[in-house]
Design a protein around this ligand. Sequence first.
Ligand code: THU
Length: 160
Amino acid sequence: MRKIEISTSVTVFSNVSELPVDDKILMGKAVDARKNAYAPYSKFNVGAALLLDNGEIVLGSNQENAAYPSGMCAERVAIWKAGSTFPGVKIKKLAITASSTIAKVDKPVGPCGACRQTLSEFEINQKSPFDVIFMGEVGEVVKTASLLSLLPFSFDSSYL
Ligand code: THU
């Protein structure tokens, strides 16, 4: 038997204005994207902005549906848009933000498990990590240097 320790290092900024300027700009784009969320059921609006290696910024927002499971998270809307519009172009950064019309979202909102799984395949395929920066509407912002650091023991194509 052996024990291993898994640790993840993140940087926590006390608010968006503390972010390095390029991260702040990308988070601004995620805020713009959030305004296009279609979330009449959860009232929880999420925006995602991907910075690609070719300089393009690809946006996504959550898109819900009356048949609830048919809806989609902002991050996957963005990543699939990037994958289908700019196939093979590396991702440099992902910014995520969430707000709600019911309550103030004042803590960082990380990508859900299904989004982490989806995003991890892009990071593996491109053979280089990308930054993930996430926040609520206000308050602290979390930054990690790699998507896979948020998903230890992830499933990938090596098992197939
Ligand atoms: N949502 C996202 O867009 N991204 C996440 O990572 C978590 C959840 C959306 C899905 C749904 O439209 C709403 O937030 C409430 O779960």
